[in-house]
Design a binder for this molecule. Structure first.
Ligand code: FAD
Ligand code: AMP
Length: 476
């Protein structure tokens, strides 16, 4: 007889582990199956995000930024240092320790909440049974069942046809997080969020980084004024971003790799030491579903769900990167909470209009809501207010003045429809804007809220004031 639970979660990433904890908090007997292993081959909860995504990338971004500041920005403060060097293995060790402590922490949270943690590969079978297989051999270890099952299998990197990962020279994001030395010349295919973050890490440490991006428009998802400013700042840092550059082949050479791409109909080659392929991620759903389990995939492999994350099979839910919507850790987690609350008879909800986006480069980029171009295309009348960080005392005191805040409000109702920021610590500043939009605030509301002086948040305040052309510290 299969062991029975109230809820089985397949996948222990920020979608799955958060769903499992919330289910347990709500009194449901919950099991979470995850197949992730760390470098030593031990089970490691936390999914892509904690093991090979958000957390290790931010650890390296932080280390490399400290190094870059010491080399290039500290002099303005009167600080000089000789013989500055970066110990890459120490940097990697620090990153690995952070990952270890956070992934280990999920195990502790599971114990504290009485979530049954099962290491293995879960496959959804008919009648809400789940087969737990050995991830390496595929051998059946046990079968469990539950009236409610949450699929949170996440995603994996896309491989380009004819450009297979070799784990050393042509790598995915995980490989780029684990380089043991700074490549002299690094090719990055794809100038999306992951390509820009990882390109920034190695550029700051001394690599010559060439980013090849198929699209003609840079950071098309961001507001056009933000992406224009970002392109300017990245160029100043030495990132060589080539747009409209479609990579079609990578050939091995005696001293490295030749990346072949076409740009405006012409063939080009760039020679590099290593290549990071960062052309997007795909749902990790291959093998997850038995043919008779009642759950369907769409053409791109995403699990089909309704607005409440329910699949076609009653009691089977799916969340996170494996379903439609932005591939972001916080989106996965909030879907996990919402589904847990629905299973327990409550009313979980995720507002897709107020999910923040962040790119953790320097300057950072963050936004919530729609861009100016999206709103114009929809025929929505808008008013905008902008304010540069250079006009705030705090950014000047920090010697970190690049960037600006842009608030977009409805021209008639004044409701805030989007906030787009590029600048220092904007991954934190965006939270205020998410709260404002979640409470359906007007730009007037934001403009009348007292902001501490001197803080970077004054740029948000002043840009809200600028919607009605009444920013105080701005000419014209
Ligand atoms: P995942 O985190 O992918 O977790 C799924 C888990 O399920 C994995 O452990 C997987 O091994 C396991 N699994 C899959 N199938 C099975 C199965 N059948 N049985 C058992 N286990 C299974 N997002 C952000 O919001 N902020 C960031 O800063 C950020 N940075 C990133 C940087 C990088 C380099 C990368 C690659 C991603 C980054 N992301 C970031 C994206 C973020 O990691 C994902 O959106 C998030 O991890 C998705 O969570 P999830 O729970 O849906 O899936
Ligand atoms: P993201 O979706 O943010 O992960 O970004 C991935 C980026 O890779 C997108 O901007 C794609 O346009 C880009 N891309 C996809 N395929 C190629 C390719 N063959 N050559 C160059 N860029 C690519």
């Amino acid at each position: 007889m299969a062991e029975n639970f109230d809820v089985i979660v397949i996948g222990g990433g920020p979608g799955g582990y958060v769903a499992a904890i919330r289910c347990a908090q709500l009194g449901l007997n919950t099991a979470c199956i995850d197949d992730q292993r760390n470098k030593e081959g031990a089970p490691s909860l936390g999914g892509t995000c904690l093991n090979v995504g958000c957390i290790p990338s931010k650890a390296l971004l932080d280390s490399s930024e400290q190094f870059h500041r010491l080399e290039h920005q500290f002099a303005a403060h009167g600080i000089t240092a000789d013989n500055v060097s970066m110990d890459v293995s120490k940097m990697q060790q620090r990153k690995d320790e952070i990952v270890k402590s956070l992934t280990g922490g999920i195990g502790v949270l599971f114990k504290a909440n009485k979530v049954t943690s099962i290491n293995g590969y879960g496959r959804l079978m008919a009648e809400k049974h789940v087969a737990v297989l050995d991830p390496e051999t595929g051998e059946l270890k046990q079968t469990i069942s539950a009236p409610n099952i949450i699929l949170a299998a996440g995603s994996k990197p896309v491989e380009l046809p004819g450009i297979p990962f070799d784990g050393e020279f042509i790598v995915d994001s995980t490989g780029a997080l684990n380089f043991d030395r700074v490549p002299k010349r690094l090719g990055v295919i794809g100038a999306g969020v992951i390509g820009l973050e990882l390109g920034s890490v190695w550029n700051r440490l001394g690599s010559e980084v060439i980013l090849l991006e198929a699209m003609d428009e840079f950071l098309a998802a961001a507001d056009h004024q933000v992406s224009r400013e970002a392109a300017r700042q990245y160029k100043k840092q030495g990132l060589d971003i080539r747009l409209g550059a479609m990579v079609n082949r990578v050939a091995s050479k005696p001293n490295g790799l030749a990346v072949n791409y076409t740009q405006k109909g012409e063939d080009h080659v760039v020679e590099v030491d290593r290549v990071v392929v960062a052309v997007g991620r795909k749902p990790a759903t291959e093998g997850l579903l038995a043919p008779d389990c009642g759950v369907a995939l769409d053409q791109r492999g995403f699990i089909e769900v309704d607005n409440h994350c329910l699949t076609a099979e009653e009691g089977v839910w799916a969340i996170g990167d494996a379903v439609r919507g932005p591939m972001l850790a916080h989106k996965s987690s909030e879907e996990g909470v919402a589904v847990a609350e629905r299973i327990a008879g409550g009313v979980g909800h995720v507002d897709f209009n107020t999910i923040p986006w962040v790119i953790y480069t320097a300057p950072e980029i963050a936004w919530v809501g729609k861009t100016e171009n999206e709103l114009k295309a929809e025929g929505v009348p808008i008013s905008t207010g902008m304010f540069p960080f250079a006009a705030t005392g705090r950014a000047k005191a920090m010697e970190d003045t690049a960037g600006m805040v842009k608030v977009i409000a409805h021209a008639e109702t004044d409701r805030i429809l989007g906030v787009h920021i590029i600048g220092p610590h904007v991954s934190e500043l965006i939270a205020e804007c998410v709260v404002a939009m979640s409470f359906h605030a007007s730009s007037e509301d934001l403009a009348r809220i007292v902001h501490a002086h001197p803080t970077l948040s004054e740029a948000v305040h002043e840009s809200a004031l600028a919607v009605e052309k009444r920013a105080i510290h701005k000419f014209g």
